[in-house]
Design a protein around this ligand. Structure first.
Ligand code: PLP
Length: 385
């Protein structure tokens, strides 16, 4: 089976992990800050706070911005559930803004209209989470302008987008946001098995994130309520969690950074080949923003129901039977049972639902061989004759 995504672990990666395994500290040693500093430098952010996964990163990002009961968080329905769950985990109310059918990212006109209505009814969000779907940045300049006008904070869910850029600058530099969260799950661009990082340019937010990641505990006398009795004293000054990344994982992530540019370049090569090879088929291929260079985590196509002999389900089954591990991204979050029980219903975000009905993610990962890609294309041609 050719998967839709897969990690690429090199001999250098193995050596980096092994070096930590043989060292004194397999967690809370020097590999975590080394990885944080390297990625922060790579994406042009002042600070990076490594966490055990992006879900944890989104959670403490919300906590650090003070999101809590009575507050509202808005995000895109075309995402993994974690982009919305972080709001619920803080006790806040979650709502969605429909997507733009071309970019498949949060629609800026829909966001502007919803903000205008929310201002009138006194229900403005505290936090908006734009999700860079498939690795292509949202229109952050426009979202940032709305944040200034309406006073909300921005957390970019860049789980798909490390290695991508927007207006010629790396995603993660937080030029148009408060915080940016990356994921290092094995299907994403670089991996630490499980892992994530929160980027920010705000030193106060970075310190708060680091504290929330480790039980709400500080060892810095300047941050303590009382003068410490001795050098062993730590104080828990707020309620935090254990969301730390291990040194083993951080060493892997640090080593994986070496292949980031190459990985994204290979993904672009694969995408350009799909674009041209699929041109005659009844499929809608991904749109490329002139403002952004996608990291191409995914290559999502849409079945064109007016022209296709097969519907999405039939094409999915046909490809799976041919040994091609296609997938579907994403079931609109508001249609999940947990969200339905909170009052959401199908029909509320029609663009996300219409996209989902036809969506199919084709294999996209840097070690996909030309022969494997050829097999994917041949299977599509055969099935869609
Ligand atoms: C993968 C993903 C997450 C969660 O990442 P984990 O590291 O697995 O917790 C969050 N948001 C989006 C959009 C994702 O694709």
């Amino acid at each position: 089976m050719i998967p839709y995504g897969r990690q690429h672990i090199t001999a250098d990666d193995e050596a980096a992990v092994l070096a930590v395994l043989r060292s004194d500290c397999i967690t809370q040693g020097p590999a975590v800050p080394r990885f944080e500093q390297a990625l922060a430098a790579r994406v042009g952010a002042a600070h990076g706070v490594a966490v055990c996964n992006a879900t944890a990163g989104l959670h403490i990002a919300c906590l650090a911005l003070g999101l809590g009961p009575g507050d509202r968080l808005w995000t895109s329905p075309n995402t993994f559930v974690a982009s919305a769950n972080c709001g619920l985990s803080c006790g806040a109310t979650v709502d969605f803004v429909d997507i733009d059918p071309l970019s498949l990212n949060i629609s800026v006109p829909a966001l502007a209209a919803k903000l205008q209505a929310a201002e009138a009814s006194g229900t403005l969000p505290k936090v908006v989470v734009p999700v860079h779907f498939a690795g292509q940045s949202c229109d952050m300049q426009a979202i940032h302008a709305l944040a200034r006008r309406y006073g909300f904070r921005i957390i970019e869910d860049a789980s798909h987008a490390v290695g991508g850029s927007y207006l010629g600058q790396p995603v993660g530099n937080c030029r148009f946001s408060d915080l940016t969260v990356f994921s290092f799950h094995p299907v994403k661009i670089i991996t630490t098995a499980e892992g994530g990082m929160v980027m920010t340019n705000d030193a106060t937010l970075a310190a708060r994130l680091a504290r929330l990641r480790s039980h709400g505990i500080t060892r810095d006398p300047a941050c303590m309520d009382t003068v410490p009795e001795g050098p062993w004293v730590y104080e828990q000054v707020e309620l935090g969690l254990n969301y730390r990344l291990t040194d083993l994982q951080a060493a892997l992530g640090w080593s994986q950074l070496a292949q980031l540019d190459q990985s994204v370049a290979r993904r672009h090569q694969i995408a350009r080949h799909y674009d041209s090879a699929l041109a005659g088929l009844p499929l809608v291929t991904p749109w490329q923003s002139p403002d952004a260079q996608s990291a191409l985590h995914l290559y999502p196509v849409q079945v064109d129901p007016a022209r296709s002999p097969l519907n999405r389900r039939q094409l999915f089954d046909g490809l799976r039977s041919a040994g091609i591990g296609v997938n579907v991204h994403y079931i609109p979050v508001h249609t999940q049972p947990h969200y339905r029980r909170l009052g959401f219903a199908p029909g509320q975000f029609p663009a996300a639902e219409a996209y989902y009905a036809q969506a199919l993610s084709l294999p996209m990962f840097p070690t996909l061989t030309n022969a494997q890609q050829g097999a994917v294309i041949a299977a599509l041609r055969q099935l869609l004759r």
